[in-house]
Design a protein around this ligand. Structure first.
Ligand SMILES: *Cc1c(COP(=O)(O)O)cnc(C)c1O
Length: 387
């Protein structure tokens, strides 16, 4: 158009980017509306096809780039992004379960996942049952003809039991059930879920992938087209869009993720070993330590551990005392989540969460960040003195 009014010019620019411009960071495409070249292109576009762009909610080159990279990291072939780790969990349940079905969840599962199971049981005609995370092959006895999905978490992110994933996958598959793994603890770096037989891997990208404690996002990764298509339908129906800027933040974290993870891991093992030698601590629940239930499965299946572990205080210390310890820490922020540069601490009332923990002392979970290890230990030492 030769002549445009000022108002139209405010909306339509004549600028076109130079041909051949390229850079290492993938371009960020902000889009709700996606433009079609012509009507034929619009009619032939299929939202399921990742080379056809139909609407911002169904994906842009920015989100498809991150999905492809995450699938590659996990050794899968398909990935779907969700606005949080919990949204990824709910998308899996809503895609794969319907009224009359049964789902099994470990007793130590990420608490909002347990809460979702309870909701499905109460209001949606689905049964959700909880199993001992160390059940291993014994899970075969719990699987019913209507059990469609078995959730696993390796390790449980508060009490840290490491499950026998191979045995659970074998039993579930023998009975025709799918296995979903919450693989957030190892970021897809230290545990190869698909190699052990897992069907669906869920990640909270909020943690190590972003690494900045500044973005919420989740991913569902599969290596089977038909299974991905079922979950993609729920993704579309539920409107699981993510923002282009958040996607960029996660992509920005990926190149340094493995180095950060290894630094968290090395420091966390030193801090855990120091705590293990302290008289105030009765147990160190770090999967790389023999104290940790399921340690043998960590040794068999994992190649690293990251920064998250828990300790159990001697039961002689009251909650008031351990609260004072937590409040006395200066370098550890009191907050949920992990995977960022800042060390975090969180006390848990584990006695009420798990049946077999009735006599345990207070459990305190640490996320070891990227501060100097000696400084963290000095901080723990001064806070223990305040017990
Ligand atoms: C954080 C977390 C989630 C949920 O991720 P959000 O992005 O915070 O919703 C799920 N599972 C585990 C094990 C987590 O640590």
């Amino acid at each position: 158009m030769a002549k445009k009014s000022l108002q139209t010019k405010l909306i339509h620019s004549d600028y076109t980017a130079p041909e051949g411009f390229d850079a290492f960071p993938a371009a960020i495409h902000h889009a709700s509306t996606v433009l079609f070249k012509d009507v034929a292109a619009m009619r032939s576009g299929d939202w399921k096809n990742k080379s056809a762009y139909t609407y911002g909610l169904h994906g842009t080159p920015t989100t498809f780039t991150l999905e492809a990279r995450l699938a590659e990291i996990e050794g899968g072939s398909h990935c779907l992004l969700a606005p949080s780790g919990l949204a990824a969990i709910s998308m899996i349940d809503l895609a794969l379960l319907k009224s009359g079905d049964d789902v099994l969840l470990p007793d130590n599962v990420y608490n909002p996942n347990r809460e979702l199971g309870r909701w499905l049981s109460q209001d949606f005609g689905i049964t959700a049952r909880f199993y001992d995370p160390l059940i291993g092959a014994g899970i075969a006895d719990l699987i019913q003809p209507n059990t469609k999905l078995v959730w696993t978490e390796a390790p449980g992110s508060v009490s840290m039991e490491v499950p026998d994933l191979r045995a659970i996958c074998d039993a579930a598959h023998a009975a025709g059930a799918l296995v979903a793994l919450d693989n957030t603890w190892s970021a897809g770096l230290a545990l190869r879920g698909f190699d052990l037989g897992v069907d669906i891997i869920m990640q909270a990208l909020t943690k190590y992938q972003s690494g900045g404690s500044d973005v919420l996002m989740g991913a569902v990764i599969t290596r089977d087209q038909a299974l991905n298509d079922r979950i993609a339908l729920a993704h579309m129906r539920l409107g699981m869009g993510v923002s282009a800027d958040d996607t960029y933040l996660v992509m920005r974290g990926l190149p340094s993720m493995k180095l950060r993870f290894e630094a968290h891991d090395a420091s966390a093992r030193k801090v855990a070993a120091w705590l293990k030698a302290r008289p105030e601590i009765t147990r160190v629940l770090h999967p790389a330590f023999e104290d940790c239930p399921g340690h043998e499965f960590w040794r068999r299946d994992f190649t690293g551990a990251g920064g998250l572990f828990s300790v159990v205080f001697d039961a002689k210390y009251t909650e008031e005392q351990t609260d004072r310890f937590v409040d006395s820490l200066e370098l550890f922020g009191l907050g949920y989540s992990w995977g960022g540069a800042n060390s975090l601490v969180m006390p848990y009332r584990i006695q009420g969460m798990r049946r077999d923990w009735k006599d345990a002392g207070v459990l305190v979970r640490f996320n070891i960040g990227l501060e100097d290890t000696a400084d963290l230990i000095a901080d723990l030492e001064q806070a223990l003195a305040r017990l």
